[in-house]
Design a protein around this ligand. Structure first.
Ligand SMILES: Cc1cc2nc3c(=O)[nH]c(=O)nc-3n(C[C@H](O)[C@H](O)[C@H](O)COP(=O)(O)OP(=O)(O)OC[C@H]3O[C@@H](n4cnc5c(N)ncnc54)[C@H](O)[C@@H]3O)c2cc1C
Length: 415
């Protein structure tokens, strides 16, 4: 079949790889001049089933409401009359029960475990390297109360297959000597050896390159998707800024912009952009953290990407405003200096802001929507780098009419 994949982020590129491996003639359409120039460009770098918890929960409900009137929190909500924001918020709030949080997290974990296996299989099969580290991630806590709550929460994930070690502060610093300077400020942490880290842009660019050389995938850049030509309830062609291209099937992976395209196509696809910030700094070869980490009380995540440190912060509801200013990175730099004194030089940091493509329940959507040959693979939210390869394999199975390798319950588009 001739299949058009819309969007060359990590999700679309992974889907294109698996579809081409199945023998399809695959073209990826991307509005930018290269792959990984959207959200997949500069995320925190964690490939982390351990961080796959659904955002909507009773605790998030409290934080969400507090953020409406408290500046300086890691979560920032700019109240807006944008109907999409209001609809998304109401749907998010409906997911903030314990039962929904558990159900959504369980579905995400199933996909995240599978995806970790898929990304490792891809790098083995293709030889791609992407500054990856397979040493695990430490989730650490500054107060005993947050440590106790974190350990209880992680047990839910451990009961579903994540290996964890609950570590007091001495043991934590044995596992991650890079945290030695702040040992006395920490109550303890949770080590998740199955988690890993890597540079998603490097991965996407290398996979795009490998797939075009070895599988014949075509990447069409500088081309904006404007809509679809529909006839007899099927997509016949993708309409782009450079004309229409006929096809037999379409996979929609437009990241944060998926909701905009969904509305054009009359599909209920409530993907909303949730902004975050990252800073990437050069560091010395033997200095700093040896693995990824999350400062749970400050909601700041980091990974070591070769001789670079990438730090990420903030979940901000600000529509599609991509701008950033120096003060947006204050909390992030403060934490970098606290955790790793003397390690980074702020003036050398590459600063970036991007959008998590967030569904109200935090669970990505896959499979057929509205038209007989239109497939969704989007809405991966805060863990799209973690889940992309599993989603790509899953969608390729759906397109082929094969039984997916994981239970599809909760992962398919419902309308
Ligand atoms: C601050 C931050 C930190 C994060 N940290 C992590 C992390 O540690 N671990 C993790 O797993 N995830 C993380 N994420 C989330 C992860 O980065 C995303 O879920 C993932 O990159 C989404 O990939 P995507 O391919 O769906 O979207 P994108 O990478 O945005 O790709 C979509 C592509 O579609 C293109 N496009 C859009 N509209 C059109 C159009 N009309 N025509 C043509 N092309 C179009 C865009 O240009 C883009 O290239 C983080 C996100 C942020 C913002």
């Amino acid at each position: 079949m001739k299949i058009m994949v819309l969007g060359a982020g990590v999700v679309g590129t992974a889907a294109a790889y698996y579809l081409a491996k199945d023998g399809h003639d695959v073209t990826v359409v991307e509005r930018h001049a290269d792959s990984a120039m959207g959200t997949s460009q500069s995320n925190a770098g964690l490939v982390s089933p351990g961080d796959s918890t659904a955002w909507a929960s009773p605790a998030a409900l409290t934080t969400f409401i507090k953020s409406l009137y408290t500046p300086g929190l890691g979560i920032k909500v700019h109240f807006s009359l944008d109907p999409q924001f209001i609809i998304w918020t109401l749907r998010f709030l409906a997911q903030c029960t314990t039962a929904r949080a558990h159900a959504n997290t369980a579905v995400k974990l199933r996909l995240a475990f599978y995806a970790r296996q898929c990304i490792n299989e891809i790098s083995e099969a293709t030889g791609i390297t992407y500054d990856e580290r397979r040493k695990g991630i430490v989730y650490f806590y500054r107060s005993q109360a947050s440590f106790d709550a974190g350990a209880k929460h992680m047990q839910f994930i451990a009961d579903r297959g994540l290996e964890i070690e609950i570590a007091n502060r001495d043991r934590l610093v044995e596992i991650e000597p890079g945290l030695a300077a702040v040992k006395d400020q920490l109550a303890g942490g949770i080590y998740s050896p199955m988690d890993q880290t890597g540079d998603s842009r490097l991965f996407v660019r290398s996979l795009a390159d490998w797939s075009s050389k070895n599988l014949g995938v075509k990447f069409v850049y500088d081309t904006t998707v404007e809509g679809l030509d529909i006839e007899d309830n099927a997509v016949r062609a993708v309409k782009t800024s450079k004309g229409a291209t006929p096809c037999d099937a379409v996979v929609l992976s437009l990241g944060p912009e998926s909701g905009l395209m969904g509305r054009k196509l009359g599909i209920d696809l409530p993907v909303y952009p949730v902004k975050g910030y990252t800073a990437t700094m050069p560091i010395g070869g033997n200095e700093g953290p040896t693995m990824g980490g999350v400062d749970e009380d400050r909601l700041i995540a980091y990974s070591r990407l070769g001789n670079r440190l990438r730090m990420a912060s903030t979940a901000e509801f600000a529509g599609f405003d991509r701008s950033h200013k120096p003060s947006d990175f204050n909390a992030l730099f403060k934490t970098a200096h606290d955790l790793f004194p003397g390690l980074i030089d702020e003036s050398k940091a590459e600063l970036w802001a991007g959008f998590r493509p967030m569904m109200p329940n935090s669970v990505p959507v896959h499979g057929r929507a509205r038209y007989s040959n239109l497939y969704l693979d989007t809405g991966h939210g805060h863990v799209g780098w973690t889940m992309a390869c599993g989603s790509g394999k899953f969608v390729s199975d759906l397109v082929a009419g094969r039984k997916p390798e994981i239970d599809p319950q909760g992962l398919l588009y419902q309308n």
